[in-house]
Design a protein around this ligand. Sequence first.
Ligand code: CP
Length: 337
Amino acid sequence: MNFTGAHILSISQFQRQDVDQIFSVADRMEPYALRKRVTRVLEGAILGNMFFEASTRTRVSFGSAFNLLGGEVRETAGFESSALVKGESLQDTARVLSGFSDVICMRHPQEGSVADFAAASRVPVMNGGDGANEHPTQALLDLYTIARELQAKGRKIDGLRIAMIGDLRHGRTVHSLSKLLSLYDNVQVTLVSPKELALPDSIVEEMRSAGVDVSISDELNNSIANVDIVYSTRIQEERFTSKEEADLYRGKFRLNQAIYTQYCEPNTVIMHPLPRDSRSDANELDSDLDNNPNLAIFRQTDNGLLVRMALFALVLDVVDKVDEYSHDVRWYNSRQN
Ligand code: CP
């Protein structure tokens, strides 16, 4: 695909070579993300960061990635601090904000809303999560992490065995990651969820049509026995009609060190898009895993910076200018010690 000026709305817009290109640019962003170099390549550019649903890492990661490329960030967080509460349409918001920004990132609770916004925008729009639909940049950083974890073991994404666990019905990161995995060969996916929270049939069919070997289970322990990656997810309480309904499923699939040691292969990598629900009635990924070297959840968040920097550099067409506009870091860098 031609990235210049493109919206990033869905995994469906990518071919495998596009993903390769994003990952190759992400690798080149590492000196900047690690503060070994500073680049000002996006000096003067403005990111409009519009988050109409709760977020910690996606919002700050988009903003930090843009800052690390030298750009400025202007944010709106929550409906209550935007004119949407006064009845302004998303389209009018897009027409206004795209006059102020060079690129816009947006999260919104309604499926399809970011695409609707993008249709009225004069600048590229990136989907930071639209309801239970998609979270394409999370899937890209997840797959980038999978590639790096496998590469350290001399493996490639082709041939991957992964178990995806939890609320697969509402989990937009799983929806996007499933579509992304369909681009690769000999992938085995085990879907582990209560029947009521199963991955939508359309996505299962899409994977099977693409040649992915999909199996379905509602039992955790045996499902994590022969996989390279355990990808745990949160019960998406905000998508249920009530907390009581979410409570029916919370805590059903708890992974801790004892279960990991008993059932997983020794090098199985543990991933989670985060936030993990650490409340006692959920505890889907126990803190006793925190010293397990195969816990990759914070490598995922670090990799998110690289992938989002790569997307900005590609969409704003500055990939080959990043190094030209760079200089040494002038401050103490704790990452190098
Ligand atoms: N993974 C993710 O989307 O996290 P946030 O909700 O904190 O952005």
